[in-house]
Design a protein around this ligand. Structure first.
Ligand code: SF4
Length: 429
């Protein structure tokens, strides 16, 4: 039985979990507003300061879409007021593409015949140093879920090896119990990113056909367990292209609002990833236009003024550039989605797996497994759309009148945070 709320620290002051709140969300009513609010109710929500989930729902409506310039103007002003003219930069560093789950939309799915590898700690350091040479001081360590290859001990070793050189380390790995997160925080990790993927339980069940990720509630409780373990940054989001985007957005907003109330010592970020082509050739089930993505970013900003909004290289350069002044606060750049992508590290160690088993490499096993002449490079999770280098993105940010921020945290502060959080939790109990 999983402990949804995580360790005692969080459980002592948060008896109602987000899963409880989620189960009681009046989604049908909110969705009605999100799909059919009138211009008058959108204007009324804007005038009232977008203080409720009902106001947020109105901002997702087609009527609000027609008022996009007004939404964008307000979103820009609020973002500059709360964050200044800065964009934080980060890079994903893929440690492993081994995975025991089958998620139909992901290139790393267990059954996909792709080239896989788990980087050695020395190779992880090599990758991080290459990113450091590009300027990055904020890395997101990403791995598929595979307890044998990506154990807690391995993750702790990677974090310890990087901690002295990389001030800000976050994780996007398989969900764990709070007790299993604690050593990773102690080793120097400060952020945990976990997307619910879809907040629609029926779509969730259809998308996750094998592996521990099938447990919808367990995944939903992950940010709370991460907070209980001491992480100071929590990242959430939905993957747009699975369920209807307005429904997903309502649930993400409710989730973020819950975390701001109950995990209030942590910084909360929301990512807005849309599906990209990947191994397995999964096709999106729902659509979300560029204009709707812009509307969503503005709506998130107006409802959640202090939440960081994250944009990855899944989106093409012109759209990313246009979104910078509208509400985005954190961007990746120059990304690779395969282990060893920045230096070629580990490419001599790759193996082909089919339905979870290692098989001899065969010509043409999959276009995603590499060409016959290049059967060494590990397969990426998905195709990126913005292929510009970090230097190019950084220069563009500066040209737009914003400051690219490579570092906003020092590891010397990491050790003090869990203790401070524990104190505040006890005080709140
Ligand atoms: S989304 Fe995550 S858990 Fe699912 S297959 Fe991909 S790496 Fe594994």
């Amino acid at each position: 039985m999983h402990n949804l709320a995580g360790g005692d620290r969080l459980g002592s002051f948060s008896r109602v979990t987000f899963f409880d709140e989620f189960s009681r969300l009046p989604l049908a009513v909110l969705l009605r507003s999100a799909t059919s609010a009138s211009s008058a109710s959108v204007r009324s929500s804007l005038a009232s300061g977008v203080g409720s989930l009902s106001d947020f729902a109105a901002l997702l409506s087609p009527a609000a879409g027609a008022l996009l310039p007004e939404l964008a103007r307000r979103s820009q002003a609020l973002t500059r007021q709360r964050f200044g003219r800065v964009i934080r930069l980060f890079a994903p560093l893929y440690l492993s593409n081994e995975c025991i789950n089958n998620c139909r939309y992901c290139g790393f799915s267990r059954d996909n015949p792709i080239l896989r590898v788990t980087l050695s700690v020395a190779d992880v350091v090599r990758e991080a140093r290459a990113l450091g040479e590009q300027g990055f001081r904020n890395l997101l360590l990403v791995a598929g879920e595979h307890p044998r290859f990506v154990s807690n001990g391995y993750l702790a070793e990677c974090i310890r090896a990087l901690h002295a050189e990389v001030p800000s380390l976050s994780l996007e790995v398989g969900p764990m119990e709070a007790a299993d997160y604690a050593p990773l925080v102690a080793a120097g990790a400060e952020g945990l990113v976990v997307y619910q993927e879809t907040y629609d339980p029926i779509v969730y069940e259809a998308m996750h056909t094998a592996g521990p990720k099938r447990d919808f509630a367990w995944r939903m409780g992950t940010p709370e367990r991460a907070y209980a373990a001491g992480f100071r940054r929590l990242g959430i989001g939905a993957l747009y292209g699975l369920a209807a985007w307005r429904r997903e957005a309502l649930c993400v907003a409710a989730h973020a609002a819950y975390l701001l109330r109950h995990c209030w010592k942590a910084q909360v970020t929301i990512s807005v990833p849309r599906l990209r082509p990947c191994a397995g050739e999964f096709q999106p089930l729902t659509s979300m236009s560029d204009r709707e993505l812009v509307q969503l970013v503005c709506a998130f900003r107006l409802f959640l003024p202090d939440v960081g909004l994250v944009l990855s290289t899944r989106e093409p350069a012109p759209l990313r550039d246009g979104l910078i002044p509208l509400g985005i606060t954190l961007m990746s750049a120059g990304s690779h989605t395969e282990p060893g992508g920045y230096t070629g590290a580990g490419h001599d160690q790759t193996h082909l797996t089919q339905r979870g088993r290692i098989v001899p490499r065969a010509k043409g096993a999959s276009e995603w497994a590499g060409t016959p002449d290049a059967l060494t490079k590990a397969t990426g999770q998905f195709e990126i759309a913005d292929t510009r280098s970090a230097a190019e993105v950084s220069a563009l940010i500066a040209r737009l009148g914003y400051e690219p921020v490579w570092k906003d945290w020092d590891p010397a502060l990491s050790s003090a945070f869990p203790a401070a959080q524990a104190e505040s939790s006890q005080a709140a109990a």
